[in-house]
Design a protein. Structure first.
Lengths: 112, 112
């Protein structure tokens, strides 16, 4: 039981490049989330999913896309990277009742 | 007024002290309240999850919710150096699996 895994751990992108942040969970949770965390700030919700094939926008979705083809995987796609997307990205999965939650270790992204 | 306000930090206390961390909120629709602990360069972990006014205790941690005053607190008794971390409050309308609004977090340092 690995919990939530995220890859890569760290990445430097040039402005305009694209990349996919990977997130996988092995707990069969339906609810999965992508957050970004900027220094001194709380977590901001980018996108979330309540099950395979279902995704919805969070508070700060612009510049990002997601897909959820399986229960286990919830990748986050950055198109045309901008310096404003420099942040730490966390993926989380939660059980239906909400009392069991796991966050991944995060992906640190630097856009130059 | 921001939806969730968290006491600014950082906070430094001696080992054994009682710590009080607080958040206020403006959205009366919030029904579920969480506290997360985040160690440096790690993902957040759920500490406490409550959905009613009153107190909930778990070991050295007590979560307090006052919906009438729109105020939540986390108390840490007999604080330990291992409690040194950033603490984030979060709130949701329909559960921990709903879209959550996070406070900015407060960094706590417990001095041996």
């Amino acid at each position: 039981n690995a919990g939530v895994t995220q890859t890569p751990k760290f990445r430097i992108l040039k402005i305009g490049q694209s990349m996919t942040l990977q997130c996988t969970q092995d707990m069969n949770h339906n609810y999965m989330y992508w957050y970004r965390q900027d220094p001194g700030m709380g977590l901001k919700l980018i996108y979330y999913s309540v099950g395979a094939g279902i995704t919805d926008k969070g508070e700060v979705p612009n510049g990002y896309n997601v897909s959820r083809s399986t229960t286990e995987d919830f990748p986050l796609r950055l198109e045309l990277a901008a310096p404003s997307q420099t942040s730490v990205y966390f993926c989380a999965s939660i059980n239906a009742g909400g009392e069991t939650q796991y966050f991944g270790p995060g992906t640190r992204l630097l856009v130059l | 007024q921001k939806e969730v306000e968290q006491d600014p930090g950082p906070l430094s206390v001696p080992e054994g002290a009682i710590v009080s961390l607080n958040c206020t909120y403006s959205n009366s629709a919030f029904q579920y309240f969480m506290w997360y602990r985040q160690y440096s360069r790690k993902g957040p972990e759920l500490l406490m999850y409550t959905y009613s006014s009153g107190n909930k205790e778990d070991g050295r941690f007590t979560a307090q919710v006052d919906k009438s005053s729109k105020y939540i607190s986390l108390f840490i008794r007999d604080s330990q150096p291992s409690d040194s971390a950033t603490y984030l409050c979060a709130m949701g309308n329909t559960g921990a699996n709903s879209k959550l609004t996070f406070g900015k977090g407060i960094t706590l340092s417990v001095r041996p």
